[in-house]
Design a protein around this ligand. Sequence first.
Ligand code: ADP
Length: 392
Amino acid sequence: MSTVLVINSGSSSIKYKLLEPESGDALASGIVERIGEDSGRVAHTTGDGTTELTDPVPDHAEGLRRVLELFERAGPSLAEAGVVAVGHRVVQGGQRYDGPVVIDRAVEAEIDRLSPVAPLHNPPNLTGIRVARELLRDVPHVAVFDTAFFHDLPAAAATYALDREVAATYRVRRYGAHGTSHQYVSGRVSDLLGREDLRQVVLHLGNGASASAVVAGRAVETSMGLTPLEGLVMGTRTGDIDPAVTFHLARNAGMSVDEIDELYNKRSGLKGLTGQNDLREVWRLADDGDPQAALALEIYAHRIRKYVGAYAAAMGGIDALTFTAGVGENDARMRALAADGLAFLGIRVDPGRNASRGRGERVISPDGGGVTVLVVPTNEELEIARQTVSLL
Ligand code: ADP
């Protein structure tokens, strides 16, 4: 057996999964939460159940040390699990990385250098890499970048209409994000439909949300830009907004750049519109007659429809439309609302298939022509594990 330990290190959390890339089986998974806070938590799950530690976790190194202890205590023993590599999720790979790379000092330095364009993500990703390389010295560590799938976007899609020199000096372009998920899901759709030449739109609707257009396996458009702020309405992020709103707030509300950054990233989207960032809560409010919640659902679906239409135009047609991530996989009502009115593009959702409580990969469009509409659960960890071993 050969396995890969996949690590996703955030500012106050570390998520991990031990996987067998070939079969896709997960042997263990877990999370370290509230790193650096007064109360911490480590939860480690295997086939036998979940083991929990609730002491404070002062820093990432201590968090990972506890995870390694839990592997020894609750299993499976990492020494016996045939770990061939550690795969790290890294959000921003800039213009440099179009695929996975074995991490050395130079790669660490490059991830650090890219921090100004991913200030919320690359620094904690790098912290996770550094502590993991220190604690797991016998295996190679590989970085899998969230931007890599979008590295070769056509220039017309990747370039902002901004002064060329300013853009070049400050590396301003559309990098995209969630690329590992879009790559995995579009690949699955291609396999499921047995076609390589598909024109696909993938909707990754989680707390963060993004759309991509993929032609014959190659990404040609995506909704996230320089950072994951652009595009669809998200749990707490605005998605698309006129940049002049920023000037307006700076000049007239006296807000600083940092305050506006926080407003757009953490206090907007569904949360800003309704007070709730979880779409299930927004539905609950709307079902109870809250007009703001009903409007938020309309805004959310309207934005998705605009992107699907735009991407169909960019691809000269569309063969498959796929929903994934927390909302996309679970929320039949939002899927129906988002596809509503797109019949002119051949997009139809079969109500019975859409409402069926299946958890796996499934087609939800009616039989007989038109666009194939699917639900495909994403599996970013498996994609990271597979890309990691493909490199070694
Ligand atoms: P992340 O982007 O953090 O990885 P997920 O992909 O797990 O998140 O998506 C989380 C979101 O999915 C939640 O905030 C919630 O809005 C939504 N979600 C999960 N289950 C459902 C459901 N049954 N119905 C509607 N929304 C759901």
